[in-house]
Ligand binder design. Structure first.
Ligand SMILES: Nc1ncnc2c1ncn2[C@@H]1O[C@H](COP(=O)(O)OP(=O)(O)OP(=O)(O)O)[C@@H](O)[C@H]1O
Ligand SMILES: [Mg+2]
Length: 130
C-alpha cells in the first residue's frame, strides 16, 4: 500500500475529485494547507533584489491505495490538476505499513476495499456511513 499526498490549487479540487472517483478510489482526505515551492511564493523575482517568502493557500489530498492503483491515481491527479503554470503543485508517494477499518477490524487491503453491499447509507448517518 502507498499513501499519495498531492498538493494542488484549491480551485482544482472538484476536477481532481471527479477524476479520482473515476479512477476507482474509495476514500480520500482533504486539508487546507499553506506552502511554497521553489519560487518561494513569488511569481517572479529579480536577481539581486530583496524578496520575501510567501505562503500560498493550497489543498492537500491524502489517498491510500493498493500498489497496483498508484500509477492510475497519480496520472489522474496530474491530468486534472495541471494548468501548466508555476505552482500547479506536487505529488508525494510513500509506503504505508498498515490500515485498519475501525468498524469491522479489517486490515490492510481489505480495509481499503470498496463498499461491501449495495445498501444506501441509513437516513441520519451524519457521515453517510461511507
Ligand atoms: N519540496 C517540497 N516539500 C513539501 N512541500 C512542497 C515541496 N515543494 C512544493 N511543496 C508544496 O507544493 C505547493 C506547490 O508547489 P509548486 O507547485 O510551486 O512546486 P515547484 O517545485 O515550485 O514547481 P513549479 O515550478 O511548477 O511551481 C507548495 O506551496 C508547497 O505546499
Ligand atoms: Mg512553484
Amino acid at each position: 500500500m502507498k499513501k499519495i499526498e498531492a498538493i494542488i490549487r484549491p480551485f482544482k479540487l472538484e476536477d481532481v475529485k471527479i477524476a479520482l472517483v473515476n479512477a476507482g478510489i474509495v476514500g480520500m482526505t482533504v486539508s487546507e494547507v499553506r506552502g511554497f515551492g521553489r519560487q518561494k511564493g513569488q511569481v517572479e523575482r529579480y536577481r539581486g533584489s530583496e524578496f520575501t517568502v510567501e505562503f500560498l493557500q493550497k489543498l492537500k489530498l491524502e489517498i491510500v491505495v493498493d500498489d497496483h492503483q498508484v500509477a492510475t491515481v497519480v496520472q489522474a491527479i496530474e491530468d486534472a490538476a495541471r494548468t501548466g503554470e508555476i505552482g500547479d503543485g506536487k505529488i508525494f508517494i510513500s509506503p504505508v505499513e498498515s490500515v485498519i477499518r475501525i468498524r469491522t477490524g479489517e486490515r490492510d487491503s481489505d480495509a481499503i476495499s470498496p463498499v461491501e453491499s449495495a445498501f444506501p447509507p441509513r437516513q441520519g448517518d451524519r457521515d453517510g456511513g461511507i
